[in-house]
Design a protein around this ligand. Structure first.
Ligand code: ATP
Length: 516
């Protein structure tokens, strides 16, 4: 299936099955803002729990925080967001569409990369086992020309970003003859910087002094509380503070569903370390976070590390974990070594001493910080993209059928067990409800009595429910039910009293955490 079609199908599926709705849809929607429906909110809560427990529960030296969205405006001066939290934007004069100049160039480079891979794939197809890929990459004129082009453009691009050279960014777009995907023309405006923070007014005064911002990241709430938590929790370095919360960015380009939203949620952990030990911890967290992703057992080959081309001025190491979404490899999470930049800035701007006395070295210092920062919504999209599966089935009579199944890891699935009475009479519904009433304290159950059993199985497959049980007349006689497994579609007869033991373990987050 073409990846573009797959992405459209995932978006449609999210809506049809109550995962994600456009915000204020009855008023034609609000761009790049989304609501999570009855199944979406369950999946989202499960992702949060998996992340939170892997940080706070598993690490004796990591504690949680829930700081406010509104913060003193000086926070954002200290952090650098007022001055420099901006993206370079460019407009196409014919379509009036706005783009991020850096993204246009990155996508151009990605297309050339794809051309190289296509040439290689052609060679493999044509020559099979006798194809020498390494030699082909080193000698084929097309591949070499494209490689040189990438190196040349990439070099100019990185330098332009480092120098904040907006004119050069435009020049690269012109030299590469990048056209607007909507109008098809190369009629561009100059590149300008655009600040991504939303502002509003606090209280009734309308003057500038009362201007405050919706936080564009959750991290600063952690930094300004560093002293509070360290002192009241008597935390010893190294230690971490974890937080999950909303962030807001007035994104210029917001066309990729929940990949880029204007209101979204972040899960961030700031780890405070002794100066000089930050790279060791950076490597540690890089590996831990990649394991956290792969531990889900979902499309392991779709994750990769990406080293930042341009380091932020305060960082001394930065990697992204990228996931292969239907629209290509993109950032899912960032792991950054932020030095003592944030705490030092807050120390300077607030005039309060933010230092740690290290009893082991007998020295005071501003701690260094290693951060892990992941978008909850992007993680949601990752799971949806990896779990969405269309399967061809052969029925008993030999005819073909198709099912759509979300192979969400059982621990994250919105509903763990669906209980289905075969008929709506003869006491079967009561028996089904009795089973639910016993199990609902353990995990999320759903009762469904409408339509044939086959149709009900398909609906549960489509929302990723790992287990279904069917209650029939035999159940009333011997207290057994048919248990059906989502992925294999196998069925077995088991006693009702065995259900809890069989399902609880496999659907618990604990099982995932133990594997970390
Ligand atoms: P991008 O380059 O894609 O704009 P970023 O580098 O600005 O992302 P960070 O500031 O490092 O992102 O934010 C940390 C994480 O927050 C990202 O890895 C991503 O998962 C998530 N995130 C950032 N912006 C958005 C957004 N607009 N919508 C959804 N998630 C986001």
């Amino acid at each position: 299936m073409a990846q573009e079609d797959l992405f459209k199908k995932i978006i449609a599926h999210c809506k049809e099955y109550g995962f994600i709705f456009q915000s204020s849809e009855i008023y034609d929607g609000l761009s790049a803002v989304y609501d999570y429906g009855q199944n979406g909110v369950e999946l989202k809560n499960n992702i949060k729990k998996y992340w939170w427990d892997s940080m706070v529960l598993l690490h004796e030296n990591i504690v949680g925080l829930d700081s406010a969205i509104f913060m003193h405006p000086r926070t954002w001066e200290a952090s650098g967001h007022v001055g420099a939290f901006s993206d370079p934007l460019i407009d196409n004069k014919d379509s009036n569409k706005r783009y991020r100049a850096d993204v246009l160039i990155e996508e151009y480079l990605q297309k050339i990369e794809e051309k190289i891979e296509k040439d290689v794939a052609k060679g493999i197809k044509k020559f099979g086992d006798s194809f020498d890929e390494e030699q082909f990459r080193a000698t084929n004129p097309n591949v070499l020309r494209n490689k040189t082009k990438i190196e040349e453009v990439h070099g100019r691009f990185v330098k332009a970003l480092e120098d904040d050279n907006l004119a050069e960014l435009k020049q690269i777009i012109e030299d590469c003859e990048i056209a607007c995907p909507v109008s098809g023309t190369k009629n561009w405006t100059d590149v300008r910087q655009f600040n991504l923070m939303f502002d509003t007014k606090l209280g009734s005064l309308a003057d500038d002094a009362s201007k405050i911002y919706l936080r564009p990241e959750t991290a600063q709430g952690i930094f300004v509380n560093y002293l509070n938590v360290q002192k009241t929790g008597r935390m010893k370095i190294p230690f971490g503070i974890a937080q999950i919360g909303k962030a807001f960015r007035n994104e210029i380009v917001a066309r990729q569903f929940i990949f880029r939203m204007r209101e979204f949620e972040q899960m961030e952990m700031q780890f405070f370390v002794r100066p000089g030990e930050e790279i060791k911890w950076f490597e540690h967290w890089k590996e831990f976070r990649m394991n956290w992703h792969k531990n889900l057992g979902l499309a392991e080959d779709k994750y990769r590390f990406h080293k930042h081309d341009k380091l932020a001025h305060y960082a001394n190491a930065a990697f992204d974990i990228e996931f292969q979404f239907p629209f290509g490899f993109k950032e899912l999470e960032g792991i950054h070594s932020r030095t003592d930049f944030d705490l030092s800035q807050h120390q300077e701007f607030s005039g309060k001493k933010i230092q740690y006395f290290d009893p082991e070295t007998n020295k005071s210092y501003v701690p260094y910080v290693v951060e892990t920062s992941i978008g909850l919504d992007r993680m949601f999209l990752t799971i949806m993209s990896a779990a969405y599966t269309e399967e061809e089935l052969t029925k008993e009579d030999g005819s073909k059928d198709q099912r759509i199944v979300l192979k969400i890891p059982a621990a994250l699935a919105p509903i763990k067990l669906a209980v289905l009475p075969l008929l709506k009479k003869d006491g079967l519904p009561d028996k089904a409800l009795e089973i639910i009433n016993n199990l609902k304290f353990e995990f999320n159950c759903q009762y469904e009595e409408k339509d044939s059993i086959g149709k009900r199985y398909r609906r549960q497959d489509a929302i990723g429910t790992p287990y279904c049980v069917t209650v029939d007349h035999q159940t009333l006689e011997d207290n057994t039910v048919t248990l059906r497994y989502r992925d294999t579609m196998n069925q077995e007869r088991i006693p009702i009293e065995k259900l809890n033991e069989l399902i609880s373990e496999s659907v618990s987050i604990k099982k995932l955490l133990k594997k970390l």
